[in-house]
Design a protein around this ligand. Structure first.
Ligand code: THU
Length: 134
């Protein structure tokens, strides 16, 4: 799979706006929704550390607020030695709105790229098929 460079560019554009005074690790995320529209997010930390939110969560919230609920592609970028994988919680959050074959481009500001999928990041996912109807 090829990296989605236009989606990486959208994530890179918002990354400087991340609020990361505690980790000093700014992350940008971009989601291409089913309509083709792109929604972005950044990590937003908090002095009460567990209250911080990831960039992916911000992009998902922007997409849902705009009335969209299907993800076609994802990109995440950070200034790191290697492309940063989404955290476990964000894998579950993405899986709520993305099919397993949805591509995820992981990027560094230095130009490294890795491409994976939502399904590869979250094998054995819990989904609604496990819940009794009702
Ligand atoms: N972070 C993200 O926003 N997304 C990821 O995929 C990995 C981690 C944030 C959370 C926290 O603000 C900082 O990076 C350090 O963990």
């Amino acid at each position: 799979m090829q990296p989605d460079e236009s989606l990486v560019a959208a994530a890179a554009r918002v990354r400087p706006n991340a609020w990361a005074p505690y980790s000093r690790f700014k992350v940008g995320a971009a989601i291409r929704a089913a309509s083709g529209a792109v929604y972005t997010g950044v990590n937003v930390e908090n002095v009460a550390f567990p209250q911080g939110t990831c960039a992916e969560a911000g992009a998902i919230a922007a997409m849902v607020a705009a009335g969209e609920t299907r993800i076609a592609a994802v990109a995440v970028i950070a200034d790191a030695p290697a492309p940063v994988p989404c955290c476990g919680g964000c894998r579950q959050k993405l899986a709520e709105f993305a099919a397993p074959d949805v591509p995820v481009t992981l990027a560094t500001t230095a130009g490294a790229r890795a491409v994976t999928t939502v399904g590869a990041m979250l094998p054995g996912a819990f989904d609604s098929s496990f819940m009794p109807a009702g």
